[in-house]
Design a protein around this ligand. Structure first.
Ligand SMILES: [Zn+2]
Length: 239
């Protein structure tokens, strides 16, 4: 049986003498793995259209198990992204976490669109955006991904008492999944991390806007770092 997918190549792994196993996030089938035979031979044409971070129309022949990739036509190889080291480093970090968070064969068109629009936004800002902008895009992508996967982050009210948040002495509790107010910070979670008020606002914007709009957010390095610390902590707690 032959299956046709629109997919984004997440990672690849060498197996045997000349083969590779690819992990691909597809619109039709969610995250799938499949084998490409002979793809490491010097004359193999398939390899170029299956580079990591490539959007392609991929054909897989499968009766059971991994099946075999029989064809791939590139739709977007995100060439600007791949020529910008900062963009590439941030994107690989983002895709690595994406791969860990997303289950196999659980299709979700909303998540496919999010992943594609993240890569398009990175590609668009590559070479002009600078490393901070790329970090901001990665954080925005991950916060939106967590939300889409059902990890609801409370960024508007105190996650412990429900009070509207002031801008003072805010903390983020990964365990509780949101921001703690000044009063609850001390007794609710002693591992909660301080978070800047602007970083809380930035994370609200992540949840409200699409990736194209996120690319326009102007944030200082301190605010970006503050958001990065809590997102990383939440991911450590989640994964
Ligand atoms: Zn509170």
């Amino acid at each position: 049986m032959e299956y046709k997918y629109t997919g984004i190549v997440l990672s690849k792994r060498d197996v045997g003498e000349t083969d590779r196993i690819y992990t691909i996030y597809t619109l039709e089938g969610g995250k799938v793995r499949s084998l490409a035979k002979g793809v490491r031979k010097s004359h193999a044409k398939l390899a170029a259209s299956l580079e990591n971070v490539t959007l392609a129309d991929i054909t897989i022949a499968r009766a059971r198990g991994l099946g075999k990739i029989t064809g791939s036509i590139v739709e977007n190889n995100f060439s600007s992204l791949k020529q910008d080291l900062d963009a590439l480093t941030e994107t690989f970090a983002g895709l690595h976490i994406f791969d860990k968070l997303v289950d196999y064969e659980n299709p979700d068109p909303q998540i496919f669109v999010l992943l594609r629009s993240y890569l398009e936004a990175v590609d668009c800002l590559a070479a002009v955006g600078g490393v901070e902008k790329q970090t901001l895009l990665r954080l925005g992508f991950l916060v939106k991904l967590l939300h889409a996967l059902g990890y609801a982050l409370e960024m508007n009210c105190c996650v412990a008492c429900g009070e509207i948040l002031s801008e003072n002495f805010l903390h983020f509790s990964s365990q509780a999944g949101g921001v703690l107010c000044e009063h609850c910070s001390q007794d609710s979670d002693n591992q909660a991390l301080p978070i800047r008020a602007n970083a809380v606002k930035m994370m609200r914007l992540f949840l409200k806007n699409n990736m194209t709009t996120l690319a326009k957010i102007q944030a200082s390095r301190e605010d970006c770092d503050s958001a990065r610390l809590v997102v990383d902590d939440f991911l450590r707690w989640t994964l």
